[in-house]
Design a protein around this ligand. Sequence first.
Ligand code: SF4
Ligand code: SF4
Length: 222
Amino acid sequence: MSSSHAHDESAEPQKGPKVLAVSPKNPNVRTIQVVRPENADTTFLAATATGLGITIRHFGKNLLLPRKSVEALGQGGAAAHVRFKNDIETIQYPEEKVQYPERYRGLHRLMLRDDGAVRCVACMCCPTVCPAHCITIVPEESSDPSIEKRPAVFEIDELRCVVCGLCVEACPCDAIRMDTAEHAKPVEERWEAVENKASLMGRGIRSTATQGGEGPTWRDKK
Ligand code: SF4
Ligand code: SF4
């Protein structure tokens, strides 16, 4: 008895395209009937009218229905889930601002030692792991005999940064963090988006880090 289902009239009707024949050697090899669209459908008039109707409906809804208040929008992590009554999710920035979620990755900052020196030891882990190749470090010998190297130049091109946080994860001594809750400022020239060592060390939050980490509260700003 043949294992072919070709032209089997008693077979269950299948969903999708009509199967005309199935290979007796491999049931995945099938002959499918191609159904060409009717002439009326090939004009796309009906689909165009439907799409236009949806666009007009959204336009009217967004124009006439009230907008949700910015207070309702600014509830931290809940903001992303808030839907406006009229579906418009924009705010009147910069007059209105959204409160960022607690774990939002802001601009980078370089951590400091107790004496205010940069904590980075120029190990080159972060520029190595950075997928955007936006970290430039030029190492130099440290004046502290207990420290081998430090960065003479430490630059991050924030326009190229994809905010992945890998540099923070890769750093062996908690010397770089992304917890400032600041986003990159608008710039007119590319060079203006390059953060240097001084700006990274002085980003409003001057804090020291503890070697070996600080447990689950390491994100707390001091
Ligand atoms: S966040 Fe990612 S892309 Fe940005 S500097 Fe760090 S490793 Fe590079
Ligand atoms: S991984 Fe840390 S210590 Fe190493 S170069 Fe980057 S910031 Fe400096």
